[in-house]
Write a protein that binds this ligand. Structure first.
Ligand code: GFB
Length: 329
């Protein structure tokens, strides 16, 4: 039986994305020397034969399955076919190849959108499949639920030690700041930054349009905290049940916009575009299971936003900018 030692062969599927890049940075900082990665051009994770060949050649012992097609509310509602096809295929090929080649442990990353739209709050793990999903991200949620069920089925039938973690909304350095496909937090950082720059050029007052009513509530977890939690669960959790990963605190989109404004452009005015969708009214995770296991987040939201804004304004290479776009969690 392989151990998660510093020389273990660890595959981070989706290493260029927000989550994957944070896991790679974390593993490197912790002294893991045998990290395996595969770029899109080298390996299409939706292609079972290609994934099988890659696993047979590379023989990973541990897998972080954090690859996928992801995006914010607008990308989810306008590109449901890509979200359901890409994610279902990626989960299936990687889980199957991991089983076939005897991977010791696999951590699959889902999303808090798996839970029913009208869930009691905070959301406990057992609320999965107890009601209808939020329509704006139903396709993505179905794929993510299938991923959890895949891991459980392979555990039950073949005894695979495959576990699932369900993170809340994530943010941090290497996020996607493209306004049509990003999540709310990077979108608002960019909108306030651009508004402030435009106001400086034109002399007009800065103003930012926030989608929806501002009343939905969201919980945000810094991606470095998530990477820490993933490593913690890979080391210590062997259960069949998925585990929520979050902070246990949320705020309204209006409050988030005001917080980002105070950091990026205190002079800006906030407008609301009520023709844009609100999505889930609230999705606060109950993180008591994770706390009982012994893990808590450490980066508070204001510090996290300041760091993320700094990363956004720091100069980056075109490769870094491209890498932070869609095909990865
Ligand atoms: O982060 P977000 O796109 O995704 O939007 P979800 C969260 C809330 O912020 C929604 C509002 O109520 C949006 O209407 N919002 C306000 C904005 N201004 C903006 C803006 O400029 N850009 C964006 N993107 N939103 C996603 C799911 O849901 O969350 C995915 O679609 C996934 O499946 C992900 O689960 C974590 O939190 O609504």
């Amino acid at each position: 039986m392989s151990k998660l030692t510093s020389s273990a062969r660890i595959f981070v599927a989706g290493h260029r994305g927000l989550v994957g890049s944070a896991i790679v940075r974390r593993l490197e900082a912790d002294g893991y020397t045998n990290l395996l990665t595969a770029g899109r051009a080298e390996l299409d994770l939706r292609d079972q034969a290609a994934v099988d060949r890659w696993f047979e050649a590379q023989r990973p012992e541990f897998v972080f399955l954090v690859a996928g097609t992801v995006g914010g509310i607008m990308a989810n509602s306008t590109r449901p076919a890509e979200f359901i096809y890409d994610n279902m295929m990626i989960h299936a090929t990687v889980v199957h190849a991991a089983h076939r080649t005897g991977v010791e442990r696999l951590l699959y990353l889902g999303s808090s959108c798996i839970y029913p739209r009208q869930c009691p709050q905070p959301i406990r793990e057992e609320y999965l499949l107890t009601g209808p999903l939020e329509p704006t991200n139903e396709a993505y949620a179905i794929a993510k639920i299938a991923g959890i069920k895949l891991c459980q089925a392979y555990r039950r039938q073949y005894g695979c030690d495959f576990i699932s973690a369900m993170p809340t909304n994530l943010y941090g350095p290497h996020d996607n700041f493209d306004l049509t496909s990003s999540h709310v937090l990077p979108a608002l950082i960019r909108k306030f930054h651009d508004a402030s720059q435009l106001a400086a050029q034109t002399g007009e007052p800065a103003q930012v349009t926030v989608w929806g009513t501002g009343s939905p509530c969201r919980e945000f977890l810094h991606v470095e905290d998530l990477a820490d939690a993933c490593l913690f669960l890979m080391r210590h959790y062997h259960g069949d049940e998925h585990i929520n990963v979050g902070t246990g605190e949320d705020l309204s989109i209006r409050e988030l916009a005001e917080l980002i404004r105070s950091i990026v452009a205190p002079e800006a005015r906030i407008l609301f575009d009520r023709d844009k969708p609100d999505g889930m009214p609230r999705k606060l995770l109950d993180v008591s299971r994770l706390h009982e296991l012994g893990w808590r987040h450490s980066i508070d939201l204001e510090r996290g936003i300041r760091e993320t804004y700094q990363w956004f304004v720091d100069p980056r290479t075109p490769e870094e900018v491209r890498a932070a776009s869609s095909f990865s969690v």
